[in-house]
Design a protein around this ligand. Structure first.
Ligand code: SF4
Length: 271
């Protein structure tokens, strides 16, 4: 893993992601290195040649810069972590995300943060003081062996569910981002999440070419079919709705399970 400390000219940037005005990415690269990660395109824009997951640039001046950039902002919404995980292992050392959250806490912006890591619990003290914040945790399967296969450097499913439960119990608004739908047991995953989240978002795997060889090698190609995504989404939607948890399916389905196909949907294809 190659870590670098850098300074940047901007940290709060406009985004085309539907439902958000701005995004913040405290790092370039991601130590979680998920096999299917859409964000690996960042290599092209940042001059990195290392494999995705093997480099990380920490935006050291991020919090100070954000404070300045927030001065003239009167309203809007920001998604933290569109092409990196804000609570990946390096954050324990650098605390850049924490600094950004401190700056955002006193701003008028609505904040939405998405991670795969229970390290977000460290910043509970900041979340509790926020006016508008939602903390999302990506949980793409209930099966730990699938997590280990597709997200080998990311935290366990159990630790992510624990993070959601802890946040929820403290009154922080939470959501589960079930995306991409990896091989999973829909009922078991719903059961894990009910009681820990205020809502759920579900998305299919949008960039399957990145992992199709891995699916083939592991004999999992049936989990790449549109029928699998539709049925898994239908079952999870029914389970969440029965439990009174609002749920959005972010990919289009002929049978009306989801909304229209939207590549710029919140987080779809990003995390
Ligand atoms: S999917 Fe998210 S957590 Fe995984 S490598 Fe990409 S940015 Fe990091």
């Amino acid at each position: 893993m190659k870590r670098r400390e850098i300074t940047v000219k901007s940290i709060l940037t406009r985004t085309g992601i539907e439902g958000f005005d701005y995004c913040i990415n405290p790092y370039i690269g991601c130590e979680h290195g998920c096999t299917y990660c859409y964000a690996s395109f960042m290599k092209r824009f940042t001059g990195h040649h290392e494999p995705w997951g093997m480099f990380l640039d920490a935006k050291m001046n991020g919090p100070d810069l954000l404070e300045k950039q927030l001065k003239n902002k009167r309203e809007g919404s920001v998604l933290v972590g569109t092409v990196t995980d804000p609570y990946q292992p390096a954050e324990e050392q650098y605390r850049i995300t924490r600094g950004c959250m401190e700056a955002l806490k006193d701003s008028p912006l609505e904040v939405n943060i998405l991670t795969r890591s229970p390290l977000c619990l460290r910043d509970m003290d900041i979340f509790e003081g926020f006016g508008h914040i939602e903390v999302g945790v990506s949980v793409s399967t209930d099966r730990e062996e699938m997590r280990a296969l597709f997200e080998p450097s990311a935290p366990s499913i159990e630790s992510r569910v624990m993070a959601l439960k802890t946040l929820h119990a403290k009154g922080v608004r939470t959501y589960a981002f079930i995306g991409p739908i990896l091989p999973l047991n829909p009922s078991a995953l719903v059961e894990l999440l009910v009681g820990a989240v205020d809502k759920a978002l579900i998305d299919r795997l949008n960039y399957s070419h990145k992992v199709s060889a891995l699916y083939r090698r592991e004999g999992l190609t049936r989990f790449l079919h549109g029928d699998y995504y539709r049925e898994a989404a239908r079952m999870m939607r029914a389970g969440f709705e029965e439990a009174g948890v609002p749920v959005s399916v972010l990919f289009g389905c002929d049978d009306g399970v989801g909304g229209p196909v939207n590549r710029a949907n919140p987080m779809g294809g990003y995390l």
